[in-house]
Design a protein around this ligand. Structure first.
Ligand code: BYC
Length: 473
């Protein structure tokens, strides 16, 4: 049976908040601070109603409802996937034992750290995307931006619920700190690097929702395996919402590529900036940037943190239950390629347990490749020779074995001077950013779209593209 969400409560939830006065008071204390943060750091464009999806149930069927909503009135709330009473721990030293409904004292600090890092990314992305509404290429895209933003806001709620419900005073302090750190702030930045980068234009937004939200998918996928059942159930429900964010990225880049290819063909020239479209080389440079900062989000290739999380049952592998090994990994080894001091690549054999971040990154990279293949098929159908490529995982890295080395997109180790001489061919330059930004003129008329983007194949929830997804003014 599908568990309903109590929408009559001040904080919609399916965690029985009405019966837990202490928790309810704590969350009601945090709510106005969240609303202040949203007002200050959330979307800059004022609207009079956005056609949004709101979660109304957590079961497999019919979980969402669509309607025009005033964004601040969005039903922020706490929704956990349904509990499986038979669920057992799938990995690590507690494998086979029932999952935990209460926080085990010995893992308190580690779980708090994981929840805080996850929670920190959610408001960060809203902050990064604050100004994008001012330059939306269509009402359809504007609506998608707001949908992503409100759901990231709700994902923050999801983590704050866990902090308030299970981590006492310290959890409440951490929940406040999630609203005090800000993306790009020199004094109190967000925890992970990619969340302090600007998302200054819509190509960056599509790349972010393709590459960085996809890290979210994989990290949430590993936390969904957690032995701490409230965390697992929270992440399982977040993953449902996350799928739309990646859809926005995938189809967003599709539509950029489709439009660029069309303009290249029309004018028989790759120099399409002056014709109001984005040159494919610039799309590739954006891809290089967003992919590599997202690779940094996986942490070091070898990590004792990750090994300890796994052994303790806190964070599993992607699709842990579908793996056919012993789910303990104490005997297994994997190969790790790393730059050697003499300018060549060396291969080390490392313990599979230590290399769990690398394992997850491998799943992620394979998934990213499917997007590249898809965008290349668009080019192929258009009869163009240009092809996109994922750069080598050592390229442009600040975290892990490649940090401090200079690796070209095709995987050659080079000296600093060579790297600097070619950098502008591989990563967006000021000139590239200026060109893209010059194309970002808002288009708010129903059914119209900016020059640099193809319209979507389908609208939202069966509505046509020219539907009034957002009421402005
Ligand atoms: N930036 O042992 P290591 C999402 C630190 S995205 C800065 O290799 P570990 C979303 C690390 O903290 C998903 N610092 O790392 C997407 C550690 O510090 P301490 C977010 C970094 O712990 C779009 C030290 O370096 N969720 O949901 O194995 C929109 C040694 O690190 C970075 C999660 O990440 C970095 N990139 O792995 C909205 C899940 N990388 O302890 C939302 C929770 C590493 O020595 N987090 N460091 O002080 C984790 O599972 C892990 O903490 C990490 C790092 C994967 C992040």
């Amino acid at each position: 049976m599908t568990e309903r969400i109590d929408y009559d409560a001040r904080i919609p939830n399916n965690v029985g908040l009405a019966d837990d006065r202490r928790l309810q008071r704590a969350l009601e204390g945090w709510q106005p601070k969240f609303m202040n943060w949203w007002g200050e750091m959330g979307p800059a464009l004022a609207t009079n109603g956005v056609y949004l999806r709101t979660a109304v149930a957590v079961g497999r069927e019919g979980w969402a409802h669509f309607d025009h909503v005033d964004v601040p009135d969005y039903r922020w709330g706490i929704f956990l996937a349904e509990r499986d009473p038979d669920r057992v721990i799938a990995f690590g030293e507690h494998a086979g034992e029932p999952v935990w409904q209460q926080l085990p004292g010995e893992y308190r600090a580690d779980l708090q750290r994981l929840i805080v890092i996850q929670g920190d990314t959610e408001p960060a992305s809203v902050e990064q995307q604050k100004l994008l509404g001012l330059t939306a290429p269509s009402l359809y895209d504007l609506r998608n931006l707001f949908q992503v933003n409100v759901e990231e806001g709700r994902h923050l709620w999801a983590m704050v619920y866990l902090l308030h419900a299970y981590f006492g005073r310290e959890g409440r302090d951490e929940a406040e700190a999630l609203l005090q750190r800000n993306s790009g702030s020199p004094d109190a930045p967000r925890i992970l690097g990619a969340f302090n980068e600007e998302t200054a234009d819509w190509l960056a937004f599509f790349m972010f929702t393709y590459f960085t939200d996809r890290d979210g998918k994989y990290q949430l996928g590993t936390l969904k395996e957690s032995a701490f059942d409230p965390l697992s159930r929270t992440c399982e429900f977040m993953l449902k919402e996350e799928a739309h964010h990646m859809f926005v990225g995938t189809t967003g880049v599709d539509r950029v590529v489709e439009r660029s290819a069309q303009v290249i063909r029309e004018h028989d020239s790759p120099d399409i900036g002056p014709r109001g479209a984005i040159p494919l080389e610039i799309v590739q440079k954006y891809l290089n940037f967003h992919y590599t900062v997202s690779l940094d989000l996986f942490g070091g290739e070898t990590s004792t943190n990750a090994a300890n999380y796994y052994t303790s049952g806190l964070k599993g592998r992607w699709q842990e239950t579908r793996r056919t090994d012993d789910h303990r990994l104490t005997e297994h080894g994997v190969e790790l390629e790393r730059p050697a001091a003499d300018g060549t690549w060396a291969t080390d054999e490392v313990s599979a347990l230590l290399a769990l971040n690398l394992d997850l990154r491998g799943e992620y990279v394979a998934d990213c490749q499917t997007g590249v293949n898809r965008w290349n098929r668009i080019l192929e159908r258009a009869g163009l020779d240009f092809r996109f490529r994922l750069p080598h995982p050592g390229f442009n890295r600040a975290v892990g074995v490649n940090a401090g080395f200079h690796v070209t997109p095709d995987g050659r180790l080079v000296d600093e001077r060579t790297w600097a001489a070619h950098r502008d061919r591989w990563l967006p330059t000021e000139q590239d950013l200026t060109l893209v930004r010059s194309l970002m003129c808002p288009v708010y008329e129903r059914g119209r779209i900016a020059s640099w983007l193809a319209p979507p194949r389908n609208g939202i929830n069966g509505r046509p593209f020219d539907y009034e997804y957002v009421h402005l003014g």
